[in-house]
Design a protein around this ligand. Structure first.
Ligand SMILES: Cc1cc2nc3c(=O)[nH]c(=O)nc-3n(C[C@H](O)[C@H](O)[C@H](O)COP(=O)(O)OP(=O)(O)OC[C@H]3O[C@@H](n4cnc5c(N)ncnc54)[C@H](O)[C@@H]3O)c2cc1C
Length: 534
């Protein structure tokens, strides 16, 4: 029944050497407005372009508006970011109190017996041996056979997360693991700033009070609070939720995701920590949203993401404190507002929006920095091609919007498939019918017990996430027919004990997470970042 499955293979990302081109760049001076993670990641990728120092890059940040200072989990693609700019984990991770992330544990999203929690693993090459059994078993279970189809038993990353192991195997181990990171957002911003400035990026502190446009409507210059003017040929708006250039000055419409992503606020608490480190984010469903648990080397960050339509901020803080056992402490909590959605065109005239200025799909899958990276890389590629006209802008926007909406749909699926019925919040999420057409088709196919692998492979639905992730989510919450029947011999062909042994033996090749973080070795010279195709 498997008509397409996921395969993991080695994919090399080598550090690009900047300044290999001798021709003139299509724009001479790029001004990045905003010195948060988005601004500095963009600046570093621009400084690393083939034009090298001939592309002048300036980062401007306000002395009076701080960075958002949250956003401490990544997808595995961040590994590719650091590899592409040639920065070693042994250098940046200790400075940012960073830890490894082998995946995300979802707790309390489903009430189906046996499916109350599951792990969404980041793929590894070893998964090539267990992916087919997982997909085949899920298909058999969809057809009503009583076989094991919970994702936790099929992926080595789930074992590493349970056992507090670093997902960096010993050198002799022939399989690599795809992993993400947790980090202190403020320290990461500072680290990126230091590296960008070392690589020639100019840093100016000044508050933009006015944006001046050319007659054509393009941005000409920025007026600062101290009376100075900063001109540029091209601008990157990284001003966070203020969306100063793309939104306020250029009037680019905003497409809200509120109708199917209800959360619009968060309250965060940080707690010191020096115990064993599980290489995972835990996302636990509470009454009106969910709580993240992100371990760094020095502390654990917690944050309750919720909807103010269902729960006022003081009630959310009390619920979070109760959940953490911190009701009687004075550990401070920080309240934040969020705006979920995207600008209609991230590239408008001579301005590209990146980070929160571009959009935000709530943080459940920690995807914002992935879009920061993708946007900056696509901009660098367009500049290197000398292709910055109307058609290039339209292609850029179409591709990015499709990626954002695919990712949004995956996140919406977490909420739609919940089976909690304890609050209006969860009932409203389960009853939500305002899903995108591709997502409706994907869920209809699954609920009709038909494989979704083919539709994902063709791009009919499920864009933005691979087969393994979709199957982990839908099987992880136990979205299967009730009352399974005994399997046929063909359906019962996989021996779970063999898979357990394979993963247990595999996990023995990985070191203790905290110990490894104390002395991270440099990476072997031949890079081996893997991606998986489906
Ligand atoms: C609750 C929550 C949880 C999140 N979790 C994650 C996560 O796990 N993973 C993830 O990838 N992302 C996450 N994010 C998103 C993440 O925080 C951001 O994408 C990331 O920090 C980048 O922010 P930014 O640089 O776009 O904006 P900011 O950090 O807000 O920076 C804005 C910059 O703009 C400057 N600025 C503003 N106005 C002016 C002006 N007038 N003149 C000059 N400069 C100005 C400011 O000085 C500042 O430097 C989360 C977000 C929230 C709200």
């Amino acid at each position: 029944m498997t008509d397409a499955t996921a395969t993991v293979f080695n994919h090399n990302i080598t550090a690009q050497r900047p300044g290999t081109r001798t021709d003139e760049p299509p724009v001479k001076h790029v001004v990045v407005v905003g010195g948060g993670t988005a601004g500095w990641m963009t600046a570093l990728l621009l400084a690393n372009s083939a034009y090298g120092p001939r592309l002048k890059v300036t980062v401007l940040e306000s002395p009076q508006v701080g960075v958002i200072g949250v956003g401490e989990g990544s997808t595995p693609w961040l590994r590719g970011f650091f590899e592409s700019v040639g920065i070693e984990e042994s250098e940046w991770m200790p400075e940012c109190h960073a830890t490894y992330k082998a995946g995300i544990a979802f707790d309390g999203w489903s009430t189906r017996p046996g499916y109350e929690r599951y792990f969404h693993a980041f793929a590894s090459m070893l998964d090539n041996m267990t992916m087919a059994p997982f997909i085949d078993n899920v298909h058999a279970r969809l057809e009503g056979a009583d076989v094991h189809a919970h994702p936790n038993r099929f992926f080595i990353s789930a074992k590493l997360a349970q056992q507090c192991k670093a997902p960096r195997p010993q050198r002799s181990f022939p399989f690599d693991v795809w992993y993400g990171f947790h980090f202190d957002a403020v320290l990461l911003g500072r680290f990126l700033q230091k590296k960008a400035v070392e690589r020639g990026v100019q840093h100016i502190v000044g508050h933009v009070t006015d944006v001046r446009l050319h007659e054509s409507g393009d941005i000409a210059s920025l007026r600062l609070a101290d009376g100075a003017t900063l001109a540029g040929d091209f601008f990157v708006d990284c001003t966070g939720f203020a969306s100063l250039l793309i939104g306020k000055s250029l009037g680019t419409p905003f497409v809200s995701f509120k109708e199917n992503l209800f959360n619009d606020a968060a309250v965060a608490i940080q707690v010191p920590h020096d115990g064993p480190i599980h290489p995972q984010t835990v996302s636990t469903a509470l009454r009106n949203g969910w709580v993240w648990r992100i371990p760094l080397t020095t502390r654990i960050g917690h944050g309750y993401v919720y909807s103010t339509d269902f729960c006022p901020p003081d009630e959310a803080e009390t619920e979070l404190r109760r959940h953490l056992g911190l009701l009687d402490t004075d550990i401070p909590a920080r309240h934040l507002k969020m705006r979920c959605g995207r600008v209609a065109r991230a590239w408008n005239r001579n301005c590209v929006a990146n980070g929160l200025a571009q959009g935000f799909i709530e943080p459940l899958e920690a995807t914002t920095l992935l879009f920061v990276q993708r946007t900056a890389m696509a901009l660098v590629a367009a500049l290197e091609r000398g292709d910055i006209g109307e058609e290039a802008r339209a292609r850029f926007n179409e591709t990015l919007n499709a990626q954002v909406e695919g990712t949004r749909d995956y996140i919406v699926t977490h909420f739609k498939t919940n089976t909690r019925s304890d609050t209006d919040y969860w009932r409203a999420n389960a009853a939500n019918t305002r899903l995108s057409a591709p997502l409706q088709q994907l869920l209809r196919t699954w609920l009709a017990s038909r494989p979704i692998t083919g539709g994902i492979a063709k791009g009919t639905f499920g864009r933005g996430y691979p087969v393994m992730s979709w199957y982990s989510l839908l099987a992880g919450v136990g979205l299967f027919p009730d009352c399974p029947r005994p399997p046929t011999p063909q359906e019962a062909k996989y021996e779970m004990a063999e898979i357990d042994t394979l993963l247990e033996r595999g996990a023995m090749n990985f070191p203790d997470h905290r110990e490894f973080l104390g002395a991270i070795p440099p990476k072997p010279k031949e890079p081996s970042l893997q991606v998986y195709f489906w």
